[in-house]
Design a binder for this molecule. Structure first.
Ligand code: MG
Length: 368
């Protein structure tokens, strides 16, 4: 089987509500999504998506995905999409780095490989758990009262996992954590996501002031060096998200004991092929995981769900899905959707959901 054509679409995905990153320092209203259709000489068609969370969140750029695909397309054309390692190596040779540009092609290849094998991607990767995965909400950086209201709204939709964005004013962060914890229900998973918003000193201030609560923090500081520097000075479990990009990051975090949890975002790390290695490093070192879409439509959510399903239930805290935050619908309601705050693995071969091409508009590029 050979790749014969790569078709690229650009779609704006508006967020239902403007979203402020931790500290209120960045506002997001529309996500720049790239959808990729890969055609093969045997008639199978695979779909991928790359939707960064804006271009100010991490080094990932919507237009950069499309430019990257233009550069890489000649190198992957003609390859067998079922041989995902061949495709991965061809992309890495053609364009070192730029992992976010590679993930939609990787995803489309896994979609085709699954269809060819007659298996959902998770099963093709070695076996997918059918235990529904809790979806983590995204509770923007707001006041104590707004935080409380937003969590209530998610609870009404069945959510039991929440990613509460903190990382602004230290006193307000402590107040918000204390308030959320005072109202936390049995079985609820709450991750306090700092999104790099604290200095080392601020991180230690909040962590020591909330030590009695034993809460989880995500990406407390800007760099892995910062998180490593405070690791021995607090007792809180830490998840690394934005600075877990490469396999070398994963092995360093594991070896040096920098974090207890990996936050794996598929687009940031370059797709399922690369993310599967991070999963294995995590499992080999007693590190649990959150698996996340970086943003985007039900396609990106479904990709994250497939990886999450290959993690033992006990080691996968939740998935983060973006579908409840965007107003655009590109798949006619198909694919895994929020059911009581959980996503269920699709049983169809491959990814399990394809977009309506009518909803994507005209292609912005076609490579043959
Ligand atoms: Mg995060």
């Amino acid at each position: 089987m050979r790749i014969t054509c790569i078709t690229v679409y650009q779609v704006d995905l508006p967020l239902e509500h403007p979203y402020w990153l931790s500290g209120g320092r960045l506002k997001f209203e529309v996500l720049d999504a790239t959808f990729v259709r890969i055609d093969t000489d045997e008639g199978l068609v695979g779909w991928g998506e790359g939707t960064p969370w804006g271009h100010t969140y991490v080094p990932a750029h919507g237009p950069g995905i499309r430019a990257g695909i233009q550069t890489m397309a000649p190198f992957v054309m003609g390859l067998d999409p079922r041989c995902v390692l061949d495709v991965e190596r061809a992309m890495d040779r053609a364009l070192p780095g730029h992992l976010y540009a590679k993930s939609p092609i990787d995803m489309a290849c896994w979609d085709i490989a699954g269809q060819a094998a007659g298996l959902p991607i998770a099963d093709l990767m070695g076996g997918g758990s059918r235990t529904p995965r809790p979806i983590a909400s995204s509770v923007g950086a707001k006041s104590v009262e707004e935080t409380r209201d937003m969590i209530e709204r998610y609870r009404a939709r069945g959510y039991i996992a929440h990613s509460v964005k903190i990382g602004g004013d230290v006193a307000r962060d402590i107040a918000r954590i204390r308030d959320v914890e005072s109202l936390r229900r049995d079985g609820e998973i709450v991750l306090y996501d700092v999104n790099r918003g604290w200095t080392r000193a601020q991180a230690l201030q909040v962590m020591s002031a909330t030590q009695d609560l034993q809460v989880m923090f995500e990406q407390p500081c800007e760099t892995l060096d910062d998180i490593a520097a405070i690791a021995g000075k607090h007792a809180a479990p830490v998840s690394v998200d934005e600075t877990l990009v490469t396999l070398q990051d994963a092995t360093r975090i594991a070896r040096d004991g920098i974090a207890e949890i990996f936050g794996i975002k598929l687009n940031r790390v370059g797709g399922l092929t690369k993310a599967a290695r991070m999963r294995d490093v995590a499992l080999a070192h007693g590190i649990d995981m959150f698996v996340m879409a970086t943003g985007g439509s039900v396609l990106a959510d479904t990709e994250a769900l497939h990886l999450a399903a290959t993690i033992p239930d006990a080691n996968c805290h939740a998935v983060w899905a973006c579908q409840d935050m965007i107003t655009a619908e590109i798949a006619g309601g198909r694919g895994p959707r929020n059911i009581d705050g959980h996503l269920h693995l699709p049983e169809e071969p491959g990814l399990g959901v394809h977009p309506d091409e009518d909803a994507l508009g005209d292609p912005v590029a076609v490579y043959r």
